[in-house]
Design a protein around this ligand. Structure first.
Ligand code: ZN
Length: 276
């Protein structure tokens, strides 16, 4: 962290020196009045956290180019600057064998998948301009990590998309809870994603819950942290019962574990085991 313009009053209390690809973090400033700022050429949205303390979330996409990104924070005429280094992360490789009709999409299946991608993009517009949560974020279920975030995927012998979420395996029918308070912006049955719920937590922070056996919420519904959204299943393109949990921060695909590292409920790590 380099501070070019130290000033009285306005203080950068917490800012990461570096972020890995697909990671997010909290920036915290002390200020008396309205704080504005930017990160990597985009505006930052500060929200009050405690008296004279404001927070904003920053994140970089899974495929962000490594290198320095500028961060600025301003209160009136006073401006502070810092640099956050984006670092390459060593993402692993995952080999998967799936039914060919779920991989080689043609005809009606291809048209359906395209329509559904557009549906998801539309669901991510119109976020609430303030955080809808006040408490720490929860792990949506306890289980075993069977697919890390960011994996390069070799499906039926060919390189395909990156893995943009975290796969947590658990028995079919295990309840999946909302990671925090928010509004349901999509609750639909999709071809690849299966039964899917997407929640807006405000400030462009969204959580995704895929491959559910069934879901119990509907679009537009405001729900609280810990509410059961649905049950673990194998719907869509899935090779066994698991939750694919995804997190998007203002269009950046970020690792759900980095959300928990930044803002998670204490003890969340105890809910996860790794593949033996
Ligand atoms: Zn997944």
């Amino acid at each position: 962290m380099t501070l070019a313009t130290p000033a009285l009053g306005l203080q950068l209390r917490s800012c990461p020196a570096s972020l890995g690809q697909g990671e997010m973090a909290v920036v915290e400033v002390q200020a008396k009045g309205k704080v504005t700022g930017g990160f990597a050429g985009e505006p930052l949205f500060f929200f009050p956290y405690a008296p004279d303390l404001y927070r904003a979330l920053i994140g970089v996409d899974l495929e962000a180019e490594p290198g320095p990104r500028g961060l600025q924070v301003a209160e009136g005429e006073r401006v502070l600057r810092a640099t956050v280094m984006v670092k390459r992360r060593p993402f692993g490789l995952q080999r998967l064998n799936l039914p060919p009709e779920m991989v080689e999409l043609r005809g009606e299946a291809l048209r359906r998948v395209r329509r559904e991608k557009a549906l998801i993009r539309r669901a991510l517009l119109g976020t609430k301009p303030q955080p809808l949560w006040r408490r720490p974020f929860l792990l949506p279920l306890r289980g075993r990590i069977t697919g890390a975030f960011g994996l390069q995927r070799l499906i039926n012998g060919r390189f395909r998309s990156r893995h943009t979420g975290l796969d947590i395996a658990a028995p079919e029918g295990t309840p999946v809870v909302a990671t925090n308070d928010g509004v349901v912006v999509l609750a639909s049955s999709l071809y690849l994603e299966g039964n899917t719920v997407i929640m807006d937590h405000g400030l462009g922070l969204y959580s995704f819950y895929l491959h559910l056996k069934e879901f119990f919420v509907k679009r537009g519904q405001r729900i609280q942290r810990g509410k059961v959204l649905g049950l673990v299943g194998v719907s869509g393109r899935a090779s066994g019962p698991h939750l694919h949990w995804g997190v998007v921060l203002r269009g950046k695909r970020v690792d759900p574990l980095s959300l928990l590292e930044a803002l998670g409920e204490q003890g969340w790590k105890r809910g996860l085991s790794r593949r033996p």
